[in-house]
Ligand binder design. Sequence first.
Ligand SMILES: Nc1ncnc2c1ncn2[C@@H]1O[C@H](COP(=O)(O)OP(=O)(O)OP(=O)(O)O)[C@@H](O)[C@H]1O
Ligand SMILES: [Mg+2]
Length: 77
Amino acid sequence: MATQLGAQSVFGRDKLIRRMWKHLERGSLRFTAERRIGKTTVMKKMAAEPPDGFEVVFLDVEGVDRPSASSSTCSIG
Ligand SMILES: Nc1ncnc2c1ncn2[C@@H]1O[C@H](COP(=O)(O)OP(=O)(O)OP(=O)(O)O)[C@@H](O)[C@H]1O
Ligand SMILES: [Mg+2]
């Protein structure tokens, strides 16, 4: 993963982020796009500035390449 910007340095994306939080009020969402388009940047900004009522847990599974590693990476607590 590239070095990530601080939330204040992220250009734009506010409308997208509002839409994503709105979706998350009702359930889950899948966020896909081409490489290097800014997906992680958007998620980091969301994690840094969640609306009231949300608690963000950020799990980086980019390096996970098999199911057994995935379950230990994703276990919380
Ligand atoms: N909104 C933005 N404002 C400023 N810089 C940005 C923005 N979005 C992305 N960047 C920059 O573009 C680069 C790629 O962004 P990022 O790592 O978030 O992309 P990604 O979609 O997660 O990539 P990958 O598919 O490789 O995981 C980074 O250097 C990041 O700092
Ligand atoms: Mg990424």
